[in-house]
Design a protein around this ligand. Structure first.
Ligand SMILES: Cc1ncc(COP(=O)(O)O)c(C=O)c1O
Length: 379
């Protein structure tokens, strides 16, 4: 059997990894400013993570949600503490799309309504409702098409007010990223997030903060939406949560009341996934990685803004978008092939930086030197 060919692949085989570096099978070392797609939050093969996973695997790797799994309670307690939302409830699943799918479903169970408001530039995943709420018709199959999702312009308070005025009684949920990732590192504005909060309160709709990419400390705050000073009703998370071990989560405000069978999953919250996620939070807490993301991120953003060839730098913490002119469309490839640095991208011409939250100042400095050199080759 051959693989179903859906990914454009770099001809690089990663053999091992440590911290913010990976090595290919030929021994070539790469700086990982991509974090394996915003997933590596505490660095590759972190010793606490490796030790805890090994220990858990030697005890029990999996048993179903039909028995007590105390690690889930430890994880919920720690997540409540580190995220600053101890009164929220945690539902565990396996991916970002699944977290959003459950959040949208929960909203509809809560208020009995069907309309979902999503925004231009959004990405919420590839499963049925999550992809329907994603602003990319190319990846929406006919079976995923629904009249229940309405797209409004991102950061447009007027359009939001107008929608609620016209059909607010039918709106079940408003879903938005705090910083759009796939959309090109674009921050939701404070007035926009505040308007979502107050309109959802007024009309009993549910505010869903998709924190799958921008959450888990990446922006320097645990949930990037927090900078608006308002709480969402539901936060969804995944990428950084398990540092590479597949796990997703839904943090649910106290007003939502569960009943047996309302949500469910076979693999979600298994022993190994919990061991991974607990290790991540322990390291984030102990090493104050939110502070590090702010410190190193602020420095990178400031320095990148001083490079004349760069058109615009967007983002917060270690979620950074570098917008370039078309002339530099090969720069990302050069960074990988000539400077051995992994970065992400957003179409049409944005380089996305999503490194581990414990990226050091020295590594940031190294990246800047290499980046400037790569850009100077075009002049
Ligand atoms: C904001 C956002 N939401 C949801 C998802 C989907 O997550 P997953 O690929 O784990 O299903 C992604 C993935 O890139 C994302 O960036």
């Amino acid at each position: 059997m051959k693989l179903y060919d859906v990914y454009p692949i770099n001809p690089i085989e990663i053999d091992h990894a440590k911290g913010s570096y990976v090595w290919d099978k030929n021994g070539q070392k790469y700086l990982d400013m991509y974090g394996g797609h915003a997933v590596i939050s505490i660095g590759h093969t972190h010793p606490t993570y490796v030790k805890n996973l090994k220990e858990q695997l030697n005890k029990v790797g999996f048993y179903s949600n039909s028995v007590e799994i105390p690690q889930q309670k430890v994880l919920a307690q720690l997540l409540g503490e580190v995220s600053g939302k101890p009164d929220y409830q945690l539902f565990l699943c396996n991916s970002g799309a699944e977290a959003n799918e459950n959040a949208l479903k929960l909203a509809s169970f809560y208020n009995g309504r069907k309309i979902i408001i999503a925004f231009t530039g959004s990405f919420h995943g590839r499963t049925s409702l999550a992809v329907a709420a994603t602003d990319n018709p190319k990846i929406i199959a006919p079976v995923n098409e629904t009249q229940n999702v309405v797209f409004l312009p991102f950061n447009n308070v007027e359009a939001l007010n107008e929608a609620f005025k016209n059909y607010g009684e039918n709106i079940s949920a408003v879903i938005t990223e705090g910083i759009q990732g796939v959309g090109g590192i674009r921050e939701a504005s404070v007035p926009f997030l505040k308007a979502i909060r107050s309109l959802c309160d007024q009309y009993n709709a549910v505010f869903i903060a998709d924190s799958v990419q921008c959450g888990y400390g990446r922006s320097g705050r645990f949930y990037s939406h927090d900078y608006a000073g308002v709480n969402a009703d539901i936060y969804t998370m995944a990428k950084g949560m398990g540092n590479g071990f597949p796990i997703g989560g839904v943090a649910i405000a106290p007003k939502f009341k569960p009943w047996h069978g309302q949500l469910g999953t076979t693999f979600g919250g298994n022993h190994l996934a919990c061991a991974a996620a607990i290790s991540v939070l322990e390291v984030i807490k102990k090493d104050q990685l939110l502070n590090n993301a702010t410190l190193v991120g602020d420095y990178l953003i400031e320095q990148l803004r001083s490079i004349p060839e760069v058109k615009e730098v967007r983002g917060t913490g270690l979620m950074i978008g570098i917008e370039l002119n078309e002339a530099y469309s090969n720069l990302r490839k050069d960074l990988l092939q000539k400077h051995f640095i992994f970065t992400g991208e957003a179409k049409p011409n944005v380089i996305r930086l999503l490194p581990a939250l414990n990226l050091s100042m020295e590594d940031a400095e190294f990246f800047l030197t290499e980046f400037e050199q790569a850009i100077s080759n075009y002049n």
